[in-house]
Structures are given as structure tokens and as C-alpha cells.
Design a protein around this ligand. Structure first.
Ligand code: GLC
Length: 802
């Protein structure tokens, strides 16, 4: 079993011990306007505000993990040249280590008796990243070293760059600005709407030379791993109309065992006049150090805000540290990852789910995103599939009424209801927010429109039309002719109706409550008539009226989401529940969690879509799709299966027992992955893929905190309803809620999976399991004893005495 790294003792750092990990292992460094994706060797790219439009660095692909933010060194005495990152030259180094931390990545290496350490970080507020570099001479002699920080620049729209490289490079210009002592690079604008950013690259040392021309640095037909510019010398020339790099040459002389430090400042701004201020603020070692301190302090605060302690240290690591970090990272920059090509913007449904995850840890960002989502809803109630602040919607602005991803609007009521449960702020429902295509309405009306829209767009069987997709983006041909319908979406809509019914009752709006109840009941009937296949629920009907996910199909049977959402939406009758659980637990389950369906599709079916053409076991074609597994964990808790919920949660953990062999699992063992290749694959079963950017992140966070530990927001307060594996005798959670903090200790001496016998708040035993909000800014101690609920005991007594 080969390992490439491990967590530090406190779990706050993941220490990569060998540079040649099976896939690049990334960290995401970010603030509100800037994002740097940094692999264990400094590979990856950065962008300002939008990953497509304002791309700063070139990154070819994860297969090479090049180029990146590199530091080359040259010993002037011996002529030795090496790259401190290991990449791109990939020489065997005497020592190498990379520590990914919350908000920074530190690479340390030793070669030719020189110890180099590079700490990458993104400043707290500005579109600037810093590399804090220390270089130590380990030899017993005085030496002069040349240092060459390097990046390869795009500075513009990466989609255009990829498709029309020969043309797009003609707009390039990069030069050394003497006054700023910095390389500034940009693409000349070629259309009114094209407003490219200015990339800049500077160091705290005085540059002895510089390079902007890629061809000179790489050499003819050369590449970044054979940088002839270092041996031949940098040319000190600007570049126009060709590929661009930014390389600065510094020179340091070090006595025996002496150490020196410098900083590299890099970033992008649409306003060239901003560059002097940005350089002035950050071009010093002190600035880099104080930024890092502030970043650490921010994350410590986030760690302490909501944290858990359970018998499973890995569970705690994901909830308290890495899962929470991942949640903030992807919420800021949804739709971007190191394996994505040229996408920009944020997916609507993904963002809606992120909002729910974020509510308990970063309410400000959650609220901001929620309002944005409401704005990106259409008048009709439907919503856009995705949007970018820079380039507008994925559908192109103004095109309304198209059923594209049919499900998007269904996620909006969930987020709004969760927001109200989290904050108790019913005033928010009265806030008037515009629709994307004109008009405006209160938030309450927005979410009602979402449900009414979906209710109105139903097909022959009474199920919602699926259009180009439901949750499953890859069912992209199921309903393109306008007839296909989604069983899963009917369930999701039923869940929205349930939630809106309870919201309306809470608001004493009986009329809406009745409307929602009637729709819900109708959907329950429809789903159980046309959605039931005998032993499980199917996924959809396509345009041709064929069932998808049925026993009658040879492939793609037992769609997991239709079973788990039958539970989550409360449409499954008691007598059908054991049947679907049997399928989830036995037919679909694997060592990594349940597959999305089985068997995988083996050839393209134009009546279903791209899912059928994906390699067997990959992505939506029957992978163990973590996001869907997270739904399953919550569904288990919904029906009080604590052991089952935890079993799947534990299998999903990136450091689960089945993923110990890094050579096989391949991807980062410290963040959630979108999927693990399923059993249908001929030779890649068990390989992880698409880490970081996945809806698994908010759902697993919610699953752990709100469902397994069971400390759950409700309209009236904080409900305590743990659903633990029977082996957990104790658990603890600190949860901020409506202006107070609750430190909740759960005792489970009888080894139960659910049930609360006693709830003691600040020493006082209370009736029921709902903590009424204190809102007093204080920390309250809550003791929970699991057992048979009092009410149930009373009923038992009555039953036995009569
Ligand atoms: C990806 C998408 C998500 C979608 C899922 C299934 O994770 O980001 O929106 O629901 O795939 O297709």
C-alpha cells in the first residue's frame, strides 16, 4: 500500500511526502475576488473574479501538472540549475515536502545544500497572491545563487485562448515597467465588451534581469522543464503578439548557513492604475508574514465556530477542518476546479446547495449568494442554469421559458426555508427582489413561483418535464423533445411542497399551506403509480415514453436518487420502504458507498444522453457518486438508521479504509471527491475523481452536523435529534445559533441509534427536544441523554397498564 502523505497531528495540514502523487494534489487559496489553485508542486492556475474571463496563468492539464508557479535556482559557482518545486525539471531532490494548510501551501526542498521554502498564499482582500520564499545555504562556504521566480501567462479569456491560440496570442503584450519594477502583461482589447485584466509579477528583490518571451525562455521546440533561458541568460525584452512568461532574476549571496527571504507578488486588476498600490501594499516579507497570520487567525475562528468531537477522528477532521474549508472554497468559486477546462461562473443548483451548507458557518456569504440566486430566477418561476457576474447567465441573458436544466428552481425553496430556520428572520420573506428578466416580488413569492412553475410544467404521466436534465446533468437527452419526465424531480418537488407547507403554516398562511399539501399529496399518488417499478422507483420517462432505471432495462437499473429521495420527500409508503432499502443496501452498495445505479451503460443511447457514453463506472454512468451518497446518508437519518448513515459516511471519507492505497485511489485524501469509479469499470474501480468542486461538500457537512449529530435548525429553534451509530457512546458539538452558542454533549450509554430521553439546558431539564433560541450572546451548555423519549415511555406505560 503506497502512501504519498498524511495529516499533521492536529489535522490542520496535509503533508505530501513525495512529489509524484498519482494525480496532482491541490489546495485552493482564495478571497472574495481571487483564486489560486495550487498543486503540491506549485502547479495550477490563478484568476481574478472569473475563471474563464480573467485567467492569469496557463495550466495545461492535470496529466502533466504543468506549468505552475516555479522557483528555479542556479548556483553561480558550480553552474547547477534546479527547480525548488521538483516540477518542472523533476530532478531527484535531497529533500522535498509540501504542506497544504488552511489558506496556504508551503513547499520545502533541499538540493545542492540549499534549502528553499516557498509559502503560497492569497491576500485577504486584494486580487493578489504572494509567495514568501526563504533560501538557506546549508553548505559551509559562501555562495552566490541566482533565483528565478517563473510563471506562464494567459491574462485573458481562457476559452478563446484554447480555441484560437494563433489569433488570441496576437493581442498579447508584456513588458518590464521600470518605474514599478514589475512585469505587466495583458491582452489588447479587441471588442467593446472585451475588457481584459492586467497581470503583474514582481519581487521584493531588485531584478537583475527579466524575461517575458516564452520562446526565449523555453527554447525552440523546448518546454518549461528545459528552461534554456536560465543557461543562456534572460533577454530583458518585451513581448508582443507571442506567448508570454514572467521571469525575474534575483541574486543572493549567502554565508555558510545563512538564510535570506524575499517575496513574489502576483495578481491581476482590470485597472492598471491599481498596480502601484497593490505592489506597495504587498511587496515585502513583513506584508507576507502579516497576511499569513491574519489568514491563520481567520481559519482558527472558523474552526472554533462550529466544531464537533466524536469517536471518529477522521469524521472530526472533515467536519471541523477540511470539509469546512472545502465548503468555503467552492462556495466562493463554484464551477472551477483544477481539472476543468474553460468554464466560468457558478452553477445555480450547486450554489443553492452550498448556501444551505454555509448557513451555520458563514451566514453573510450564504445570504449574499441566496439573494443572488433569487435574482437569477425568472419571472415564470424557473431559473437560469448558471451565471457569472462578469458574463451573465449560462443561457445568455433574456432567453426565458426554455426548459433547460428542469430542476434548478426546485433548489431555491430549500435554501430559503433553511435560511429562515437558521435565522428566524421571517422579514426576509417580505424583501422584494427583482427577477432576472424583469419584474420583482417578495422572497416568499419567488419560492412559491418556483414550485408553481414546476407544478405547471408536467407531462403525460403527471411528472415534471425533465428537459435537458434534472439533478443528473448527464440525462441530457431524456426530455429534449419536450415530453420526457423526471420521477426524481417529482420527488424533489414533493419535498419542496412539504417544506413550503410547513413554512406557510408557521406564517399562518393556511391557503398556501393547503395548496402545497394538495400538490404534495397528488405527487405522492403520481410517483407511486407511474414511478414505481415493482421493487423500486425508476428515474424518468424519456421522450419516447421509455422508462429509465426500470427492471425492464438491461442497464441503468435502480437509480439511487429515486430511492433516497423517495425517503427525503416522504413519498414512499411504509410497505415499499423495505424493498427500496434492500436495493440500496445490497444491490447498489460497494466498499466505497452505493453506486448511482447498476449496471453501467455500455453504449450510447440517444434517448438517454451522454451518461450512456461515459466510460463504465465513471461520473454519472454508475460511479459511486459522492453527492448522491450524501443524500443517502441524510435519508438514512430521516428514517433513523444511524448505523447505516454512518457506514456510508465513513466509506465516503477521503481517508476511508478502502482508500488507504493512494496508488489506487489516486486523488487528494483530504477533500471530498465527486465520485469514485464504480464496479462497472474494467480496471479502474476504486479510483477517485473530480475533487474539491462537488455538492457532496455541503451535503456531507449538513449530514454530519444536522443529521448524524442531529443538531438541526427548525423554525422554532434548534432541534436535538441525534442519529448515531450504536457504537458511539459520546459525541459533542458546538453550534452557534441565532446569537448564542450551544455546547452540546450527547451521551449514549445504551448504544442506541436514535431517541432522546432527557435534554438538559444550562442545568435545567426541559420538555421536548427543541432548544428555544436564547439570543443572548452567551454560551449554553446542553446535555443530551439518548434513550426512549419520555412521551413514548408514557405511552408505553399507558399501553402496558391497560
Ligand atoms: C455535478 C454538477 C451537479 C450535478 C451533478 C450530477 O456534480 O455540478 O450540478 O447535479 O454533477 O450530474
Amino acid at each position: 500500500m503506497k502512501k504519498y502523505g498524511h495529516f499533521s497531528k492536529d489535522g490542520k495540514e496535509f503533508i505530501v511526502t513525495r512529489p509524484e502523487t498519482p494525480r496532482p494534489w491541490f489546495n485552493y487559496l482564495f478571497n472574495d475576488v481571487y483564486h489560486a489553485l495550487v498543486s503540491q508542486t506549485g502547479g495550477g492556475y490563478s484568476y481574478y473574479k472569473d475563471p474563464k474571463y480573467y485567467r492569469i496563468l496557463r495550466y495545461d492539464h492535470i496529466t502533466t501538472d504543468r506549468p505552475g508557479r516555479y522557483l528555479f535556482l542556479k548556483d553561480r559557482g558550480t553552474g547547477d540549475v534546479w527547480s525548488a518545486n521538483w516540477q518542472p525539471m523533476r530532478q531527484e531532490l535531497d529533500r522535498w515536502e509540501c504542506r497544504h494548510g488552511l489558506g496556504y501551501t508551503r513547499l520545502t526542498s533541499v538540493q545542492h545544500d540549499v534549502q528553499t521554502s516557498i509559502t503560497y498564499l492569497v491576500t485577504q482582500k486584494d486580487p493578489v497572491e504572494l509567495w514568501h520564499v526563504t533560501v538557506k545555504n546549508l553548505a559551509r562556504r559562501r555562495r552566490t545563487l541566482q533565483v528565478f521566480p517563473f510563471v506562464e501567462l494567459v491574462c485573458g479569456d481562457i476559452a478563446l485562448e484554447t480555441h484560437y491560440r494563433n489569433i488570441i496570442m496576437l493581442y498579447n503584450e508584456a513588458s518590464f515597467d521600470e518605474k514599478l519594477q514589475a512585469i505587466v502583461a495583458f491582452k489588447h482589447p479587441f471588442k467593446e465588451i472585451h475588457k481584459p485584466g492586467y497581470g503583474f509579477f514582481a519581487a521584493s528583490f531588485e531584478p537583475k534581469a527579466y524575461e517575458t518571451r516564452k520562446e526565449s525562455f523555453y527554447g525552440r521546440y523546448g518546454d518549461v522543464d528545459t528552461p534554456v533561458g536560465i543557461t543562456n541568460g534572460l533577454t530583458n525584452k518585451p513581448v508582443r503578439g507571442e506567448d508570454m512568461v514572467a521571469v525575474l532574476q534575483g541574486e543572493i549571496t549567502l554565508k555558510a548557513e545563512e538564510e535570506t527571504e524575499f517575496v513574489v507578488v502576483m495578481g491581476m486588476t482590470p485597472d492598471r492604475n491599481e498596480i502601484p498600490r497593490l505592489l506597495k501594499s504587498y511587496r515585502s516579507v513583513e506584508a507576507a508574514k502579516s497576511e499569513l497570520l491574519a489568514i491563520r487567525a481567520y481559519w482558527q475562528k472558523q474552526i472554533d465556530r462550529l466544531c464537533v468531537k466524536t469517536p471518529d477522528a477522521n469524521f472530526d477532521t472533515m467536519v471541523n477542518l477540511w470539509g469546512k474549508y472545502q465548503l468555503e472554497a467552492i462556495t466562493h468559486w463554484r464551477g472551477t476546479s483544477h481539472y476543468h477546462g474553460a468554464e466560468g461562473g457558478l452553477g445555480f443548483r450547486d450554489t443553492a446547495q452550498d448556501v444551505e451548507g454555509l448557513l451555520s458557518v458563514n451566514l453573510t456569504t450564504a445570504r449574499e449568494k441566496l439573494e443572488k440566486l433569487l435574482f437569477y430566477q425568472y419571472n415564470s418561476g424557473h431559473a437560469v442554469s448558471g451565471f457569472s457576474d462578469i458574463e451573465g447567465t449560462w443561457e445568455n441573458q433574456g432567453v426565458t421559458g426554455v426548459v433547460k436544466k428542469a430542476d434548478v428552481a426546485v433548489w431555491l425553496p430549500y435554501s430559503v426555508v433553511s435560511y429562515v430556520k437558521e435565522t428566524g428572520d421571517t422579514e426576509f420573506l417580505k424583501k422584494v427582489i427583482p427577477f432576472h428578466d424583469g419584474g420583482s416580488a417578495t422572497v416568499y413569492e419567488h419560492i412559491l413561483r418556483a414550485v408553481r412553475y414546476l407544478w405547471s410544467k408536467r407531462g403525460e404521466h403527471g411528472l415534471p418535464l425533465i428537459g435537458h436534465a434534472d439533478w443528473n446533468d448527464a440525462y441530457d437527452a431524456v426530455g429534449i423533445k419536450g415530453k420526457g419526465e423526471s420521477v426524481w424531480l417529482a420527488m424533489a418537488l414533493a419535498r419542496a411542497c412539504r417544506q413550503l407547507e410547513s413554512l406557510a403554516r408557521f406564517l399562518s398562511d393556511e391557503k398556501v399551506a393547503e395548496e402545497m399539501r394538495e400538490q404534495y399529496e397528488e405527487l405522492v399518488k403520481i410517483v407511486n403509480t407511474v414511478g414505481w417499478d415493482g421493487n423500486w422507483y425508476v428515474a424518468a420517462y424519456n421522450d419516447q415514453g421509455m422508462k429509465i432505471g426500470s427492471d425492464k432495462n438491461d442497464e441503468g437499473k435502480v437509480p439511487l436518487n429515486s430511492q433516497t429521495w423517495a425517503i427525503l420527500s416522504e413519498v414512499v409508503p411504509a410497505d415499499r420502504l423495505p424493498k427500496i432499502l434492500e436495493k440500496i443496501d445490497h444491490y447498489l452498495d460497494t466498499d466505497y458507498g452505493p453506486a448511482l445505479f447498476l449496471p453501467s451503460y455500455t453504449s450510447y443511447n440517444p434517448g438517454i444522453g451522454r451518461v450512456t457514453a461515459f466510460a463504465e463506472g465513471t461520473k454519472e454512468n454508475a460511479a459511486v457518486f459522492s453527492h448522491a451518497c450524501a443524500f443517502k446518508v441524510v435519508a438514512d437519518c430521516f428514517i433513523k438508521r444511524g448505523d447505516k448513515a454512518y457506514e456510508t459516511y465513513a466509506k465516503l471519507l477521503p481517508m476511508s479504509s478502502a482508500k488507504q492505497d493512494h496508488e489506487q485511489y489516486k486523488v487528494e485524501p483530504y477533500v471530498w471527491a465527486e465520485y469514485v469509479i464504480g464496479p462497472g469499470s474494467r480496471y479502474r474501480f476504486g479510483e477517485g475523481a473530480f475533487t474539491w468542486n462537488t455538492g457532496t461538500t455541503p451535503w456531507m457537512f449538513i449530514a454530519a452536523t444536522e443529521w448524524i449529530l442531529g443538531v438541526r435548525r427548525e423554525f422554532g429553534g434548534l432541534l436535538v435529534d441525534p442519529c448515531l451509530p450504536h457504537t458511539w457512546r459520546h459525541a459533542w458539538i458546538r453550534r452557534p445559533f441565532r446569537g448564542a452558542v450551544y455546547e452540546i454533549t450527547i451521551e449514549n450509554p445504551k448504544g442506541l441509534q436514535s431517541g432522546v430521553e432527557r435534554l438538559i439546558v444550562d442545568g435545567m431539564e426541559q420538555e421536548g427536544t427543541l432548544i428555544r433560541p436564547h439570543g443572548d450572546g452567551q454560551v449554553h451548555q446542553v446535555e443530551v441523554l439518548m434513550g426512549t423519549p419520555r412521551k413514548a415511555r408514557r405511552l408505553e406505560k399507558v399501553a402496558t397498564s391497560s
